[in-house]
Design a protein around this ligand. Structure first.
Ligand code: UD1
Length: 423
């Protein structure tokens, strides 16, 4: 298994391009199942999760072409042709490595009348059930059975319905929105996720002929149509990758410019970085950050968009570990998302956990050590800590990072970090 070796102490300086968003690209790839025509996606990030999703779609009979973009972050071009769809099964082996595979459920039932998708099971950050996805399909008239670890859903044609989810769920909203595109009549999703990735998916679906309004608010209305057609869509920039590099620059006392991105979806994160003392300038498609000599600790509470994202919690724990003062971090989305705290304490951080609350006392310095990546964003927090720790930090199990950060070492090296991968 690969490790990442970081020798800390260098300030990040320079400019890099941000890749397309993983969490936008994954549902967009599944949208291809909704049509017999070709869907072309551009600016697709080069990530293992994308590879897994393409493999899953190919296994269902979707013709997939992936053309690699240049190394400067232009992203891949992916064309998907689901005219020969011949399987409606998403097997356990694939779903267990990537929960987002559940996103094939809605499109398959809507277009093929049937889906058999493995239950994702637990993952490192919590139980993460899919009951809301199922509840929505049932309300739309599907017959759903959970048997042998699989969700088996069937419906000759889904019916439009009023859907209410018990909590805000991002992939739940996306799954039901895709299903509703081909349903008979109007579907209203209440308590819908407002995440920008939901809006990006809705924009692509509209380009494919869907009739959707309200995406980006908590009530989404979809008028079902009988079929969708092909389209070309550019994946939105990755706001979490953007936020991660901003944090890395902030913690290391650096000054960076991130291009091909937007500050529009990052208000909560930028606000906190400014509170921490960073000087941030927003340009049209770029963001500049200049770090203070030492950051001030900032407290955060994770919540659904537009509040502070859970996917940025670990990175903020890392910057608070070296900031001046004490901060309180509350995680309200996932029940077990503090595994990085234990690893950060191996680097000398002072963090106390009580349930879903972490109290971080900022220290002037951290010391390099061997740490283990436990999930995608936890790993990003460890990278940031490694960049500021004295001496060498070895991060093991970095396959998590390869799931979600396109060209991580290349981008960090371009910003002057001393980082290398060891096979
Ligand atoms: C998505 C993101 C992930 C992010 C998360 C929260 C993708 C591919 N992944 O994950 O990076 O961390 O949103 O912003 O977009 N829940 C249920 N039942 C359900 C669905 C969800 O109980 O049927 C719970 C979950 O366990 C969790 C909460 O609702 O506690 C929110 O989860 P959800 O928004 O669904 O997360 P994902 O869509 O899996």
């Amino acid at each position: 298994m690969d490790s990442l070796l970081i020798t800390g102490g260098r300030s990040l300086k320079g400019e890099i391009a941000i890749s397309g968003a993983k969490n936008a690209a994954l549902p967009l790839l599944c949208a291809a199942l909704l049509t017999r025509d070709v869907l072309t996606l551009t600016h697709v990030p080069h990530l293992n999760d994308i590879g897994t999703m393409l493999k899953l779609l190919a296994q269902m009979g979707v013709k997939v072409q992936r053309t690699a973009g240049d190394l400067m972050g232009s992203g891949d071009v992916v064309t998907l042709d689901a005219s020969g769809l011949d399987s409606v099964v998403a097997p356990y082996e694939m779903v267990k490595t990537m929960r987002a595979a559940i996103l094939v459920l809605g499109p398959l039932v809507a277009r093929a009348g049937e889906a058999r998708v493995s239950l994702p099971g637990g993952c490192a950050i919590g139980a993460r059930p899919v009951d809301q996805h199922i509840k929505g399909l049932l309300a739309m008239g599907a017959e759903v059975a959970v048997e042998h670890g699989y969700v088996h859903a069937q419906s000759p044609r889904l019916k439009g319905a009023r859907l209410f989810t018990d909590m805000v769920t991002v992939t739940g909203t996306e799954n039901l929105m895709m299903a509703a595109c081909l349903a008979d009549g109007e579907t209203v999703i209440e308590n819908a996720a407002r995440e920008p990735e939901v809006v990006d998916l809705a924009n692509c679906l509209v380009a494919m002929g869907a009739r959707i309004s309200g995406a980006g608010t908590d009530v989404i209305r979809i008028q079902g149509v009988s079929s969708l057609h092909g389209a070309t869509h550019r994946v939105m920039p990755d706001r979490i990758e953007t936020g991660t590099y901003l944090c890395a620059a902030a913690a290391s006392g650096g000054e960076i410019r991130l291009t091909d991105t937007s500050s529009a979806y990052l208000d909560a994160v930028i606000d906190k970085l400014m509170d921490a003392g960073c000087d941030i300038t927003m340009e049209r498609d770029a963001i500049r950050l200049k770090a203070p000599e030492r950051l001030t600790a900032v407290s955060i509470r994770t919540s659904p968009y537009p509040a502070f994202p859970t996917d940025m919690q670990a990175q903020f724990m890392a910057i608070n570990a070296v900031a001046n003062g004490t901060s309180v971090i509350r995680e309200t989305i996932f029940e077990n998302r503090f595994m990085h705290a234990v690893e950060l304490t191996r680097l000398g951080a002072d963090i106390r956990i009580d349930g879903n609350t972490a109290v971080v006392n900022g220290k002037r310095k951290l010391d390099g050590a061997i740490v283990m990546a436990t999930d995608l964003r936890a790993s990003a927090g460890l990278v940031i800590a490694g960049l500021v720790a004295e001496g060498e930090t070895r991060i093991e199990r970095i396959y998590h990072l390869d799931r979600g950060y396109d060209g991580l070492e290349r981008k960090l090296a371009a910003l002057g970090a001393d980082v290398r991968r060891e096979k």
